[in-house]
Design a protein around this ligand. Structure first.
Ligand code: TSJ
Length: 639
């Protein structure tokens, strides 16, 4: 099969070449995040087909050769000839932004970085193989080396099937990482399955031989149940949806006996992590309706002031999912993850006002329980606010908080916060060693005594009184909770340094839970790290070698030969020089950066891990603790 290089195809290759020259402009980055964007691009196309009513199943398969296949049972991509003489299929895969031109006004999943199309995936792949089953005919086409047509579109036989199959292999010359992460994929796919309510989404991993099937006819109701699985809930999930002015608004919520608020919003299946007009509408509608109802039934008297949004939403898990036609979509912010469409506010607000009011009126007893809970939250927050104001007033003459701090914190000398590091160290003795071993110009040490408070099960009052957490808040210097101001942080890196054992892992999780709930931006902006102390030391007659896991130890044993083995049970067994060399020196250490790739997964992980259902927690730790503390965080070398 030969390919004719006419002027047109050269132009097209120039287009795809531009993608290869600046991949970041099209998929954000060329790291693991960008790599997975390739899947989302292809998957979005298949899901669009399902959302528009054609087919009901999408399969993703990770193949042994490192390629990925996406299959749907929709109509099959168009194969007819274009005016240019090319097949529609070829145009889809070789012309930038060709996607979506076929059907105007339809719902599209596209949003944010997504939706740049199959041509970008083609440009960034070693090869792409396409099979289309349409009108009882099977067709094949193949591209190689960044989008060159190797096998033009060809009829290859008859079939009873219908649908599209696309396989692509990411180009290792483009991507710094080429292995897909099954957990990233299943998390994303499961989320889409919840939001789609009905279609069957399957992920098959040929590498581990496992298959994951996600299908939720109950949609958002199942999503809420999944998020709240470990919590003691006050009622069954409440779900409603309504179309207002061409915006389809779907809402689900459920109150639990916890103190946290968890809101997840989506537009056309894409998460809007920075919120936007729909979240604003949801919040104002929810607060307004609760207050209206509380006044109607007389819980709020004429002289009482309204409940505030924060109090109304304490313990509330909610999902807001909107479908907006493409021509009305507007996103804002640097990452395009904030909805800007103005009409979405009123649409969401009016759906919430109407449906929530119905719900409260039809469930008077439950409504009463919920409002009593809100009342308690309001009283507690008022008390906490008064206490804080008192503390602020008294601060000038009261140096207690600074004394508490100065006793524990060994601060760094430099004032340049962009270079400073704060080590949160498990235990006083390791803290002492770290103080001796550190680079005192840039590294501060804060030893932590005993266990950190489990903030998942504590009230605001308890958290405010906890000395350990107060010291951390004080040291970081940017406040906490609603007051947190990322610009005020005193350190560029907050590094959690614990023993490499289960107690250490527990302390890590407790601290991450605290940061996740009260300083989430700190994690989102990549300031939180976990130090990785070595597990073993190997000493031959001249030098010391370190291994950070068992596999590494085996390799090291081969390399070093006869040597004395030392197993480190904790940080305390290292002297100051060893601790510096292995764990703290920016030139030789390995830090694990904590990222928040998927807030819903993280939310569930935190609440399952830290909630009150011990059985779930034990099961979860058994199944997950290894990779949670290692693989699911991105490793950053040399800090
Ligand atoms: F990303 C992609 F383009 F490579 C891709 C597209 C990958 C996969 C797995 C599926 C798809 C895809 C596209 N599935 N279904 C469709 N549908 C169409 O492209 C299509 C089919 C028929 C008609 C029509 O008007 O007859 C229109 C369209 C857009």
């Amino acid at each position: 099969m030969k390919n004719n290089y006419d002027a047109n195809s050269i132009k097209i290759l120039e287009g795809l070449e531009a993608v290869r020259v600046r991949p970041g402009m099209y998929i954000g980055s060329v790291d693991t995040r960008g790599l997975h964007h390739l899947i989302w691009e292809i998957l979005d196309n298949a899901i669009d087909e399902i959302m528009n009513g054609y087919g009901n199943e999408v399969k993703i398969r990770l193949n042994k050769d490192g390629s990925c296949t996406v299959i749907d049972n929709g109509r099959g991509m168009p194969v007819d000839k274009h005016a240019s003489g090319k097949s529609a299929l070829e145009v889809i895969f070789t012309v930038l932004h060709a996607g979506g031109k076929f059907e105007e006004g339809a719902y599209k999943t596209a949003g944010g970085l997504h939706g740049v199309g199959a041509s970008v995936v083609n440009a960034l792949s070693e090869w792409v193989d396409v099979e289309v089953c349409r009108d009882h005919k099977r067709y094949h086409m193949r591209f190689e080396d960044g989008g060159k047509v190797i096998y033009p579109l060809e009829f290859i036989g008859n079939t009873n099937k219908q649908g599209s199959t696309v396989t692509f292999k990411p180009d290792p010359r483009i991507f710094s990482v080429t292995n897909f992460n099954i957990e990233t994929i299943t998390t994303h796919v499961q989320e889409e399955a919840f939001l789609l309510s009905g279609p069957k989404l399957t992920v098959e991993d040929e590498l581990n031989g496992k298959q994951y099937i996600y299908q939720y006819p109950q949609g958002l109701k199942s999503f809420i149940e999944y998020l709240n699985e470990d919590k003691d809930v006050l009622h069954k999930p409440v779900v409603f949806s309504k179309n207002i002015n061409n915006i389809e608004v779907s809402i689900a919520f459920q109150f639990s006996d916890t103190y946290q608020e968890n809101m997840f919003s989506f537009v056309n299946l894409v998460r809007t992590k920075d919120g936007g007009t729909h979240e604003i509408g949801f919040k104002s509608g929810f607060t307004k309706t609760i207050n209206d109802y509380a006044r109607t039934v007389g819980i709020l008297k004429e002289k009482d002031k309204n409940f505030e949004g924060n109090d109304v939403r304490e313990g509330l898990t909610s999902i807001i999912s909107l479908a907006i036609r493409e021509d009305a979509l507007q996103f804002e912010g640097q990452t395009k993850s904030k909805l800007g469409t103005p009409e979405a506010k009123n649409a969401t607000e009016s759906v919430v006002c109407e449906q929530l009011m119905y719900f409260l009126q039809e469930n008077k007893e439950l409504a009463n329980t919920i409002i009593k809970k809100i009342q308690k939250a309001a009283i507690a927050r008022d008390a906490a606010r008064k206490a804080r104001e008192e503390a602020r007033k008294g601060k000038k003459n009261d140096k207690k908080s600074e004394r508490v701090l100065s006793g524990k914190l060994a601060n760094a000398q430099s004032r340049d916060s962009s270079k400073l590091e704060l080590f949160l160290v498990e235990g006083d003795s390791a803290g002492g060693t770290a103080k001796k071993g550190r680079d005192s110009k840039y590294q501060a040490i804060l030893p932590l005594r005993g266990k950190v408070l489990n903030t998942e099960r504590a009230s605001i009052g308890e958290i405010e009184k906890n000395e350990e957490l107060n010291t951390i808040i004080h040291a970081i210097g940017a406040g906490a909770g609603a007051d947190f101001a990322i610009d005020d942080i005193n350190y560029d890196k907050i590094i959690i340094m614990t023993d490499a054992d289960t107690d250490g892992a527990h302390i890590q999780v407790l601290l991450l839970t605290f940061f996740y709930r009260y300083m989430r931006q700190l994690i989102e902006t990549g300031h939180v790290y976990i130090a990785t102390p070595p597990l073993y030391g190997l000493k031959n007659n001249k030098e010391m070698y370190y291994a950070y896991d068992d596999e590494e130890l085996l390799k090291l044993k081969e390399k070093v030969g006869k040597a004395e083995l030392k197993r480190y049970k904790g940080l305390g067994e290292m002297n100051a020089d060893e601790l510096w060399e292995t764990t703290m020196n920016p030139l030789t250490r390995t830090l694990v950066q904590v990222t928040l790739d998927d807030a819903a997964a993280c939310e569930r992980r935190v609440s399952v891990l830290m909630g009150n259902k011990a059985e779930l927690r034990r099961k979860w730790i058994d199944e997950n603790i290894d990779f949670t503390l290692e693989e699911s965080y991105q490793v950053v070398n040399n800090g």
